[in-house]
Ligand binder design. Structure first.
Ligand SMILES: C[S@@+](CC[C@H](N)C(=O)[O-])C[C@H]1O[C@@H](n2cnc3c(N)ncnc32)[C@H](O)[C@@H]1O
Length: 397
């Protein structure tokens, strides 16, 4: 068993821990921004195949007290780097410093160079050669965190963040990270059987993530290489077996189960391109239509999920008030019986929806503190969602 850490957006830790649980991991520890877990090689491989909300997996190697550059150098040099940096392998060091540390070890750039020298010196002593540094695509990436005099040394198992699924065109504007979109679907408790509609679909992140989830499509199948494959204990037959299992677990997507709309033709084009990469452009419906002209759905139940624009500058927020009001009106009038999950970074705009949310879940979109507001829109005549939104706590509270 080894100890790992998987990072995720703040607010999604419980979702990520639950995903790990469904992969057979029994020991998890949730901390802000991620989850520690104990697992074997199968768990590491399954995490890369199956995690939807997790971003990056680190293998914890050791921790040590570190108050001076000498502490750092000696502790790093004493690690058996030669087992990882075998012939032809490159490396690159990541170093993050926070909290209160010794005055001579308070700059991450300096600490990174010191750690890099310790690794290179060890390798030269053991093999007679210095390994090459490659900052773009290193074979091995040691990741150090120094906080309050305690340094932890980890190895990056993932490389490029798992949110880079590879289906989305790079030209998309203000897209949600795929991992955050998947986490929102989990928090909204979409059951994969009732229809899902995103009327502000932009580049189609919710649509792609929902489709993949409904198909039991392991997102890690979209990538073919991960840095853990460079590790000396990499067991290719085991990885291939898990890939084979994931491939045969995939089912097809019922036509029309997932659909999206956006008022912007370019957004629809971006969504179509992303869905095409997944081979799903003919089963996910897309329509260029402003929310204000949305039609009532045929189905009595479903999930409406959306990340409407929330404006980052002052004037923009004000100009979006009518849109948010119309979101509230539309939900109430057109979607009784449905659940809605609206993700927004603006407290005043959230309030303009004018409905009482069933849940108000704090969630970070990068550095921006946002809320996921869920609404259970009752089909009955005395719907509690018809009450106007009382003074809701500001998102910054
Ligand atoms: C923040 S983006 C959504 C990003 C999307 N979740 C993604 O991951 O790409 C908001 C989207 O809402 C669309 N939009 C803005 N006002 C709209 C309206 N009144 N009706 C429909 N779509 C609208 C914009 O064109 C934009 O694509």
């Amino acid at each position: 068993m080894s100890r790992y850490f998987v990072s995720c957006a703040r607010g999604l830790e419980a979702v990520t821990a639950e995903e790990l649980g469904s992969l057979g991991v029994s020991k998890t520890e949730v901390v802000p921004g991620g989850v520690f877990f104990e697992g074997d090689q199968d768990h590491l491989y399954k995490a890369h195949l199956w995690l939807r909300s997790g971003q990056r997996v680190l293998l914890s190697l050791r921790s040590f007290r570190c108050h001076t550059p000498e502490d750092l150098y000696e502790n790093v040099k004493s690690f058996r780097w030669e087992t990882f940096l075998t012939k032809g392998k490159t490396f690159s060091v990541d170093f993050t410093i926070s909290g209160r540390n010794g005055p001579r070890i308070s700059h991450s750039h300096f600490a990174r160079l010191k750690a890099k020298d310790a690794i290179a010196d060890r390798m030269r002593e053991k093999t007679g050669q210095r390994p090459d540094v490659d900052t773009d695509a290193p074979s091995i990436r040691p990741v150090f965190y120094l906080r309050d005099g305690l340094c932890t040394l980890n190895l990056d198992a993932t490389g490029e963040s798992l949110h880079e699924r590879g289906y989305r065109p790079s030209s998309a504007e203000a897209p949600l990270k795929e991992t955050l979109a998947a986490g929102i679907l989990a928090l909204a408790q979409w059951d994969k059987a009732t229809p899902l509609f995103d009327p502000f679909c932009g580049s189609g992140t919710f649509l792609c993530e929902a489709a993949m989830k409904a198909m039991n499509w392991a997102p890690g199948l979209l990538r073919h290489h991960y840095p853990f494959m460079e590790w000396p204990d990499y067991h290719e037959p085991r990885w291939e077996r898990l890939v084979g299992e994931a491939e045969s677990a995939r089912v097809s997507l019922p036509k029309g189960l997932v659909r999206g709309a956006d008022q912007n033709g370019r957004a629809i084009q971006l969504s179509r391109t992303a869905l095409k990469v997944l081979g799903l452009d003919d089963v996910v419906s897309l329509e260029q239509r402003p929310w204000e002209h949305t039609l009532a759905p045929k189905e009595p139940k479903g999930l409406l999920v959306a990340n409407p624009p929330y404006g980052e500058r002052m004037g923009e927020v004000e100009s979006l008030v009518p849109l948010y009001k119309s979101i509230g009106d539309g939900l109430k009038q057109l979607f009784p019986g449905w659940r809605a999950a609206i993700f927004t970074g603006s407290a005043p705009l959230a309030k303009s929806i004018g409905l009482r949310p069933t849940k108000r879940i704090p969630l970070w979109n990068g550095p921006i503190e946002c809320r996921l507001l869920t609404y259970d829109l009752y089909a009955g005549p005395s719907s509690s969602t018809e009450e106007s939104e009382p003074d809701s706590p500001a998102i910054s509270e």
